[in-house]
Design a protein around this ligand. Structure first.
Ligand code: SF4
Ligand code: SF4
Length: 433
């Protein structure tokens, strides 16, 4: 019986409802003052059609599992700075809210912390993309910032709307050779998927150049897709643009398949998630490592190269899509703990319980929209936590995070107190020229 049918039947039965003092059900006496509800009672007068329609979407079925235990609310990073979480969304749906028309649709960063604790496996990582896709297809209102990002990816293959021809420009200042396999498709050991923020963002360029130098020092035979690389598409998929994701993934898979390489290394956790978990569904299966995994497996070679001290107090932010989504917590810590002179300390919310930076699931392009819905940016909340543990450096290993946290350092008035560095930049600084 569907939920809607059940509510209708309850309404029909209401007029004939008679409460009894005792009852024998299937031969069992279930009488008792605590158990007088022998027939279902009407529990709501609201139109639950939007809830029923949402549950009917492939991927969104588990929203109906919620039994309001509220485990999820305590761990939801949005609720930490606002009023959100699966339990609250489900309750609003019970009261007649249409999620497809609500601002709640776009706030979830798909950080996965609620799924980690939910006893009923209410899976926002599937629910939100399904609901967002439906909203987009139905022509519902999509935040303007997100629409612009979708448009840029469709036209230029990257969220910034930069020319694909400029994608490989960062390599000119790396001071080492970066093989552009789109121009010269020779066999390599490692195909490095650079990613949009490393390729186009000023601070991302710093990390990309550091990575090229470190790989060169390690003697790795690597190359990139150069101007032929496109956005990995994972954030677009999670933000509801499945068609756009498929277009980007198809392009990348075609380019990967035209080259000869043994392993793929990616700069970012979102590309890692896409290539490891999503591209195989489209026929693209590769041996892929996040760069922290690749380098931490080479410690015997890397450690002797790091002869310069980095004597600073450092803390580390776990990216949701490397940690919770893909279970990798140790590789970044292995690298950080090998840095000479480092004083490393954890933040309170770390590893499985790590706090989201706000950039996942499309959040990277929703700062303006989120400002209207939450009290504080998630990145600002996190920067305050890094300051609270006495860190001088907030180490990251996601290309979204350097820009997010550097903005947050400024907006929280902590400029000069906290430096945000990609782990690869710290490693590069420790290697003698
Ligand atoms: S933890 Fe799961 S079952 Fe409990 S309120 Fe949240 S979504 Fe519902
Ligand atoms: S995935 Fe993260 S942001 Fe989304 S509802 Fe769950 S805990 Fe909140």
């Amino acid at each position: 019986m569907t939920f809607k049918t059940m509510v209708r039947k309850e309404k029909e039965q209401k007029s004939s409802f008679v409460e009894k003092d005792s009852a024998i059900v299937d031969g069992i006496d279930i009488s008792g003052h605590w158990n007088k509800m022998y027939q279902p009672r009407e529990v709501m007068n609201y139109d639950v059609t939007p809830l029923e329609d949402l549950r009917a979407l492939p991927g969104a079925e588990s929203i109906g599992n919620c039994y309001q235990c509220a485990q999820c609310i305590g761990v939801c990073p949005i609720d930490n700075v606002g009023d959100y979480g699966p339990r609250k969304i489900y309750r609003k749906l019970q009261l007649g809210m249409d999620l497809l028309e609500s601002a709640d649709l776009w706030q979830c960063t798909t950080c996965m912390n609620c799924l980690r604790v939910c006893p009923k496996e209410v899976n926002m990582i599937d629910i939100m993309p399904a609901a967002r896709e439906k909203a987009i297809l139905d022509g519902k209102e999509v935040p303007a910032e997100l629409q612009e990002m979708f448009q840029n990816c469709a036209e230029y293959g990257n969220p910034m709307g930069e020319s694909p021809r400029k994608r490989a420009r960062w390599a000119k200042k790396a001071d080492v050779e970066v093989k552009d396999l789109s121009k010269n498709p020779e066999p390599v050991d490692v195909l490095w998927f650079v990613g949009d923020y490393y390729a186009y963002h000023g601070r991302g360029n710093d990390a990309a150049q550091a990575m090229a130098r470190v790989l060169t020092k390690l003697g790795v035979n690597f190359g990139t897709l150069g101007a032929e690389e496109r956005c990995d598409g994972d954030s677009q998929r999670l933000a509801g643009e499945k068609g756009l994701y498929e277009m980007l993934a198809e392009h990348n898979i075609e380019k990967f398949n035209s080259l000869e390489f043994k392993k793929m290394v990616v700069s970012g956790p979102h590309a890692y998630n896409a290539i490891k978990n999503e591209y195989p569904k489209m026929g693209g299966t590769y041996d892929v490592d996040h760069y922290t995994q690749f380098l931490s497996a080479m410690m015997d070679k890397l450690k002797p190269l790091m002869t310069k001290e980095f004597a600073k107090k450092v803390t580390f932010h776990d990216p949701c899509y490397l940690g919770r989504h893909n279970g990798e917590y140790e590789a970044p810590r292995t690298l950080l703990n090998a840095i000479p002179g480092i004083q490393f300390s954890e933040m309170f919310r770390n590893k499985e319980q790590g706090y989201c930076c706000g950039g996942g699931g499309g959040g990277m392009w929703l700062d303006g929209f989120m400002a209207d819905n939450i009290n504080e940016r998630l990145s600002e909340n996190r920067v305050k936590e890094a300051i609270a543990v006495g860190a001088e450096v907030l180490a990251v290993c996601c290309p979204y995070e350097v820009s997010r946290f550097e903005d947050a350092v400024k907006s929280t008035g902590n400029e000069g107190k906290l430096e945000v560095l990609d782990i690869i930049e710290i490693i590069d600084r420790c290697i003698e020229e």
